[in-house]
Design a protein. Structure first.
Lengths: 280, 172
């Protein structure tokens, strides 16, 4: 008789744990206990962020030591190459200075044309602490959060252009959903003020631009910027991507347009969070 | 599970999570990283059976969910089911046959990844099926199979008392 009782207990445990999991999923997805679920996530993040930083601070030098030992020859070559580049860049600096003065003047003119321009918005620089925490989502964690003024929906830019937007905020950290994430949707404008939606198609895949009419003129290499239409989630004029390919399908209302982000989303070290949500 | 076992399991889960978030996350194969959190319920199921497998799966999955930008509770659900399944199917066979935990870890990790992707898609996270699922399965399952031996030993330490371990050692 002991065997059936044990198997009943086993099944009861399974059913209880499955029900508990489903309840947590439901509460999180419907947002009914958002304060509770987000509070728990914030607490976990606040506990684990310093631990993660501590472990990384200890392990990074070890990893760099071994990497340096293995790739010593190529590092020496790279060092020489970089020194040559520095010399070339210094030569170009004087020419660029004159161009920059003209650019600043142009930006001033643009700022009056599209308000609010990101130039005039406050921003905080954040370090990327973890990249793609899950294999199923293209996100990065940053070391700035609500305590530094970061809010949900704030745009995040990196070297080259837009990186993504803030989707989770904790006290001292935040999660940024990258452009390539399957859930990412951003209102953009292409050349000739063509409005469209830029969607992620999964990590390491090209970006897809939706709702480009078959009559629109779009060509590879064209710059894509945030549209900033009325009520848009992001400010206008942030460079996002460049068109890589355009396909027209006979009979289809829209063109198939693909793009590549200007920022290298796989090599992010520091990013800038534009404090747009608070100021909009 | 005794009070001491619960404390040891929580310690193992906390350390595994820290390892996952630091060292393991930096290991990139085709842009994907291994996931050792799925290995804990598999090892618990192998060592102690379905109830312990399910319980460890829930705790490890929930801990992982707290730090991931994915639905809260999804890893807990998958961990529960996989831990229970491994414990129920393997039974005493796995504990006695040498090397079989490695095969179980390989198969169960693959099932866990696929279950996670499908359940996520059912919950409206359609992008879960946009990733290269075959690559994720390989990147998660192979390292878990390689780490199955040490993890089973670690979970045996966490789930059994010193008396039980010495009794088991004496029987051999």
């Amino acid at each position: 008789m002991a065997r059936p009782r044990r198997s009943r207990r086993t099944l009861t445990t399974l059913v209880l744990l499955v029900l508990l999991s489903v309840t947590i999923i439901t509460l999180d997805e419907t947002g009914r206990a958002h304060f509770f679920t987000s509070g728990m996530r914030s607490l976990a993040s606040d506990i684990y962020s310093p631990l993660r930083r501590g472990v990384n601070d200890v392990l990074d030098p070890v990893g760099r030591f071994f990497a340096g030992a293995i790739y010593y020859g190529s590092l020496e070559q790279e060092n020489q190459k970089l020194q040559n580049q520095i010399l070339a860049i210094e030569g170009q600096r004087s020419a660029i200075a004159a161009g920059q003065r003209q650019l600043i003047e142009l930006e001033r003119l643009q700022a009056t044309d599209r308000l609010p321009s990101i130039v005039s918005l406050p921003a905080v620089v954040a370090e990327v602490t973890a990249q793609n925490v899950s294999n199923f989502a293209a996100t990065v964690n940053i070391d700035k959060g609500g305590d530094q003024g970061v809010r949900l929906g704030d745009p995040v830019v990196g070297p080259g252009g837009l990186v993504g937007e803030v989707v989770t905020v904790h006290h001292g950290s935040a999660t940024v959903r990258l452009l390539t994430d399957g859930k990412s949707e951003i209102g953009v404008s292409l050349g000739h003020q063509q409005q469209a939606i830029l969607e992620g198609a999964g990590p390491n895949r090209s970006l897809q631009i939706q709702y480009v009419p078959s009559t629109a003129t779009v060509s590879p290499g064209e710059l894509i910027e945030t549209s900033g239409l009325q009520g848009a989630a992001l400010p206008p004029g942030i460079p996002v991507a460049r068109v890589t390919s355009v396909h027209s399908v006979v009979g289809a209302a829209d063109k198939q347009v693909w793009a590549k982000s200007l920022a290298d989303l796989n090599a992010l070290s520091y990013v800038e969070v534009i404090l747009w949500s608070g100021s909009s | 599970m005794s009070g001491h076992a619960v404390v040891r399991v929580l310690l193992v889960v906390a350390v595994a999570l820290l390892a996952q978030e630091t060292v393991v996350l930096d290991v990139r194969l085709g842009g994907m990283s291994p996931d050792i959190m799925f290995l804990l319920p598999i090892a618990a199921g192998v060592v102690a059976g379905p109830v312990e497998g399910a319980a460890v799966g829930f705790v490890a999955g929930f801990a992982a969910d707290l730090l991931a930008p994915t639905p809260l509770g999804l890893s807990a659900l998958v961990g529960t089911v996989v831990g229970f399944g491994v414990g129920a199917i393997s039974g005493s066979l796995v504990r006695e046959v040498r090397g079989l935990p490695t095969v179980v870890a390989l198969g169960a990790s693959a099932v866990a990844v696929m279950l996670y992707a499908v359940l996520g898609a059912v919950l409206g996270e359609s992008q879960f099926l946009q990733v290269n699922l075959a690559l994720v399965v390989v990147v998660v399952a192979v390292p878990n199979a390689l780490l199955a031996g040490p993890t089973v030993r670690l979970m045996r330490w966490a789930l059994t008392s010193p008396d039980e371990r010495s009794a088991a050692g004496g029987m051999r």
